[in-house]
Design a protein around this ligand. Sequence first.
Ligand SMILES: [Zn+2]
Length: 161
Amino acid sequence: MSQWNSLITVLSEITRKNCIMFVCCPHCGNSHAYIKWGFYSRYLFNDELINIQRFRCDNDLCPCKTFSILPHALLPIIRASLCMLTYILKMYEQGSNIADIVRHTGSNWPRIQRWIAKAFAIRDWFRQEYDIRPSPCLSPGRFWTSLTRDFSWSFYPERFR
Ligand SMILES: [Zn+2]
């Protein structure tokens, strides 16, 4: 198994295990007044589907009606994890071209182009916001919820609700 495929397998397993967690609205911090509010599906890195629980926040003062808590290592919207982006960026900066990376990852050209651009943007964002580089982050713990919330605000403000 290639290093890339091992990474995908490990990340998918980690994400599956992380699905049960402490429930707390990431927008207002309420961890008492909420109800389960359906599911949506996300693809794991190995293309399996998992259900993500959505919650309705019942705090009247909360700016948002619903929230979900993404299990590490899923990022909002994007299909790649931080590790995968870091991996690809490293290949790119060490001289691999897009064709090499497409071949190595079994992916496609537009996606790898998008991921490289996103990897640069995320690295800049990390340096500004957190003063750290995107580490492999295999076990960020509770940090993940605030990180994914900040990530949504920064990269997908139009989707934020
Ligand atoms: Zn709330």
